[in-house]
Write a protein that binds this ligand. Sequence first.
Ligand SMILES: Nc1ncnc2c1ncn2[C@@H]1O[C@H](COP(=O)(O)OP(=O)(O)OP(=O)(O)O)[C@@H](O)[C@H]1O
Ligand SMILES: [Mg+2]
Length: 134
Amino acid sequence: MPAEEIRVAIKSDQDIVLARQKGRAMAVELGFSTGDATLIATAISELARNILSYARRGEIALQGVLGSSRVGIRVVASDDGPGIPDIQQALRDGFSTSGSLGLGLPGVRRLMDEFEITSQPGRGTIVAVKKWRQ
Ligand SMILES: Nc1ncnc2c1ncn2[C@@H]1O[C@H](COP(=O)(O)OP(=O)(O)OP(=O)(O)O)[C@@H](O)[C@H]1O
Ligand SMILES: [Mg+2]
């Protein structure tokens, strides 16, 4: 179990690629299948893309976690951006304020096992997700 938390500052497209790669590598190191590692990497990309699109900058933190009898990965995406006024709406398939597909957040929710979102308008957004190894 890698004890080390990995934090990737997000402020450019390259940082999204880096966060995705680091997440994939950590998932493989934790023993996730390559298929699940790819799903985790996809969730990280979506969260990092949202940071860049809506908050301009923020951070992705990655950490291995130990449940009572299982191993997982936790991803926390945080930013000090504009926040999300209506979280229920933002989680709906097809809702987008940028004319995009509006599938990012609901997709991340489906890809991961646990999903928590906290946001305060004007303060920022934290999306914390976990996936457990099969
Ligand atoms: N970090 C964030 N800060 C502020 N608003 C956000 C953030 N992440 C998401 N949102 C808001 O939630 C909406 C839904 O996000 P979601 O990722 O599901 O869709 P999208 O980014 O619009 O489209 P897609 O991800 O499919 O390209 C966004 O349009 C945006 O208004
Ligand atoms: Mg998105």
